[in-house]
Design a protein around this ligand. Structure first.
Ligand SMILES: NC(=O)c1ccc[n+]([C@@H]2O[C@H](COP(=O)([O-])OP(=O)(O)OC[C@H]3O[C@@H](n4cnc5c(N)ncnc54)[C@H](OP(=O)(O)O)[C@@H]3O)[C@@H](O)[C@H]2O)c1
Length: 245
């Protein structure tokens, strides 16, 4: 029971899966999470020693409490929370009517309120982690769209901008027991970005790194923030330098 434990939300595929694999390699016991039934996460679960899987639909934001309780019941501690699960809506910024109240609510529920609820539910366990010797650690997965006026839609970008600001406010509030940082990726090659040809064209031609990120690129950055015991309140943009153009 002495190994550090990390909950990575939305870790059944894409960026979250890469983060889970990387943290497991770094010696964490990983609590995997997604909406799909456990049987569909079995291959990943078996690949990560000591890992567990917890299903919860975070669009139902009240499920955050049960998710944290489940993880604590299984592992007895929680040292790292990676708020990676996210929802996207993709439509032109000029199409104001496409941004219905339902779309706004889904973006805010999944991308801002659920991470907030998870932090609130995990606070006590993350503070206990500090008593055991190292500060607890929260890493939120934001987006370059939350840092610049860009992105797949205005509601998505606004929800991520709010998550970035919550990151800074929480870092102020929860230190020194708990550090809170955010990684804000640009385009990452996952199912979420599949078929978004214009974005791929942009990254392949304009970004200094001339490619979108691989999930592993984001996972390496998250792992570095978890390994550090001092940095807090940072929004680290990982967009291959596109924001410079
Ligand atoms: N891909 C990009 O270009 C990009 C760029 C910037 C930021 N991001 C952010 O990075 C994060 C991960 O994105 P990704 O590209 O890896 O996405 P992805 O491949 O679509 O994977 C999303 C993950 O989140 C889970 N998930 C989605 N909605 C959920 C919900 N309502 N409740 C619980 N789990 C849910 C999914 O689980 P199930 O499949 O089991 O439901 C899956 O594990 C998101 O926050 C996204 O906004 C992505």
């Amino acid at each position: 029971m002495s190994e550090r434990v990390a909950l990575v939300t939305g870790s059944t595929q894409g960026i979250g899966e890469a983060i889970a694999r990387r943290l497991a390699k770094d010696g964490y016991r990983v609590a995997l999470h997604g909406r799909r039934p456990a049987a569909e996460a079995a291959v990943l679960l078996e690949a990560l020693p000591g890992a567990s899987y917890h299903a919860a639909d975070l669009e139902q934001v009240e499920s955050a409490g049960a998710l944290i309780r489940d993880v604590l019941a299984r592992h007895g501690r929680l040292d790292v929370l990676v708020n990676n699960a996210g929802a996207v809506a993709r439509f032109a910024h000029t199409d104001l009517r496409a941004a219905t109240a339902a779309v706004w609510r889904r973006m805010m529920d999944v991308n801002l309120i659920a991470p907030w609820m998870l932090v609130a539910e995990a606070e006590e366990a993350l503070r206990a982690s500090a008593q055991a010797g190292r500060p607890g650690c929260i890493v939120n997965i934001g987006s370059h769209a939350g840092a610049r006026p860009k992105g797949s839609s205005i509601p998505y970008a606004v929800s991520k901008a709010a998550l970035h600001h919550a990151t800074r406010l929480l870092a102020l509030t929860l230190g020194p027991d708990i550090r809170v940082n955010c990684v804000a990726p640009g385009l990452v090659d996952t199912a979420m970005s599949a078929g978004w040809e214009a974005a791929y064209e942009l990254w392949n031609t304009r970004a200094p790194m001339r490619r979108p990120a691989k999930p592993q690129d984001v996972a390496d950055l998250v792992a570095a923030l978890c390994a550090n015991d001092y940095v807090t309140g940072e929004i680290v943009i990982a967009d291959g330098g596109l924001n410079l153009t």
